[in-house]
Design a protein around this ligand. Structure first.
Ligand code: ATP
Ligand code: MG
Length: 394
């Protein structure tokens, strides 16, 4: 009995004009993710099919669970589209299953197949009742759903349904650059951006010697977790030390965080140009800290015209934590290493900064060369999907 994985696309179906682009992107993502398995992958406008080796099934399922654009998938038995073959296969299959009540649901995608769905449900229900003892039809709350999909050449029988990761395939949008700190919020923000189809590069602002290499390793570990959803992620490490030191030497303490974040945004915009990104992504959440009040966001955001995606902007911290646990970044994020923001945090950062004052603070030192230098001297690490080791490739 031959099985295939049958993938349902979900949200893609709403994208009429773009449908082929979405399906092809998903196809390439699946192919890439399963490149180490002996599989054959086929696609049509409503389904993708994966032929696999039985012994690989559990490992393949783990990979599929991290591919955005898959709404649901089934492990289905494949049969020729003719009534006798379908009946024979169903008789064999139900022998090995234990259940008391069942319901047959047929989807007739091949409209040339002469038997309508309802009639097929009755025929197959009769077949099961005749060939399996002590079972009953229950259309409201059956123990076993028997699903049949009738397609042109082949049809599919399955009893299970696995939820996919949802969202859109990564690569259906242009790239975004994620500001990845060692905290809880930014990895979740990266996950959510990727879920909308946005591939990401990560950017980490480092302040060695004020921060440790352990802090950098933490960000690498977080990038690895995010790389599970794609194949590899480029992590750009910015040496932020000279700029931060200048800020703290020259600016009023209450404005240091505001200025520091304006500098980060300026660097992000230049890095986006350098690495072909069209948006900045970060883990800011409205009201969470002084730099994330709407007034602060307005003043900070003023330095760039690039879209800034803040996927967790309106989430409660507890909602973010739940997601962080779900994507396995939480345990890494709570490791206690210092970040450049925490090292330099002043006692009383301004909650409602004014733009005029921020500009005045910035006139106290010359930052534009330092920004260019930070962008030019960025270090890039290629981080690959968790099981493999990351390497310094660039
Ligand atoms: P926490 O979970 O503790 O809030 P955080 O990483 O969200 O951690 P914030 O001070 O709230 O820290 O920073 C807001 C956002 O700014 C982060 O979500 C992240 O996107 C970005 N950011 C902060 N520090 C850095 C850094 N050192 N490198 C890159 N991005 C950073
Ligand atoms: Mg935060």
């Amino acid at each position: 009995m031959k099985r295939v994985i049958l993938i349902k696309y979900g949200e893609l179906s709403t994208k009429k004009g773009n449908r082929n682009f979405f399906i092809n992107t998903l196809y390439h993502n699946v192919k890439n993710k399963l490149k180490n398995f002996n599989v054959s992958i086929f696609r049509d406008r409503s389904r993708m099919y994966i032929e696999f080796q039985d012994s690989d099934l559990e490992d393949i399922k783990k990979k599929l669970d991290c591919i955005f654009g898959i709404h649901m998938y089934h492990i289905a038995y494949i049969v020729d589209t003719n009534i006798d073959s379908i009946k024979d296969l169903l008789i064999q299959l139900v022998q090995n299953l234990s259940f008391n009540t069942f319901k047959v649901e047929t989807k007739r995608s091949d409209k040339t197949f002469p038997i309508h769905s309802q009639e097929m449900n009755h025929i197959l229900g009769g077949v099961v009742l005749k060939n399996k003892r002590n079972v009953f039809v229950d259309v409201h709350n059956p123990e076993l759903f028997i699903k049949l999909e009738i397609r042109e050449e082949h049809s599919y029988i399955y009893f299970n349904a696995y939820s996919g990761a949802g969202g859109y395939p990564i690569g259906t949008q242009p790239k975004g650059l994620l500001m990845l700190s060692g905290g809880i919020d930014s990895p979740v923000a990266g996950y959510l951006a990727m879920k909308r189809g946005v591939p990401i590069d990560c950017v980490y602002f480092e302040a060695i010697p004020h921060t440790s290499l352990d802090a950098r390793n933490k960000v690498i570990e977080l990038s690895k977790k995010l790389a599970q959803y794609t194949n590899e992620i480029h992590l750009h490490i910015v040496n932020f030390t000279p700029i931060q030191e200048e800020i703290y030497k020259n600016c009023h303490p209450t404005y240091c965080i505001t200025i520091m974040r304006r500098m980060m945004y300026r660097i992000m915009e230049k890095l986006a140009d350098k690495y072909h990104g069209l948006a900045i992504v970060n883990g800011e959440s409205v009201g969470q800290v002084a730099s994330q009040t709407l007034t602060s966001m307005r003043v900070i955001n003023e330095v760039t015209s690039m879209p800034v995606l803040r996927p967790v902007a309106c989430f409660d911290k507890l909602e973010i934590i739940d997601l962080a646990k779900k994507i396995n970044t939480y345990d890494i994020s709570i490791l206690p290493y210092e970040d450049c923001c925490t090292v330099f945090v002043p006692k009383h950062p301004v909650i409602n900064p004014s733009l005029e004052q921020a500009i005045k603070e910035e006139e106290k030192f010359n930052f534009s060369d330092m920004i260019d230098m930070a962008v030019e001297k960025v270090d890039t690490i290629v981080v690959v999907d968790e099981e493999k080791e990351f390497s310094d490739l660039l």
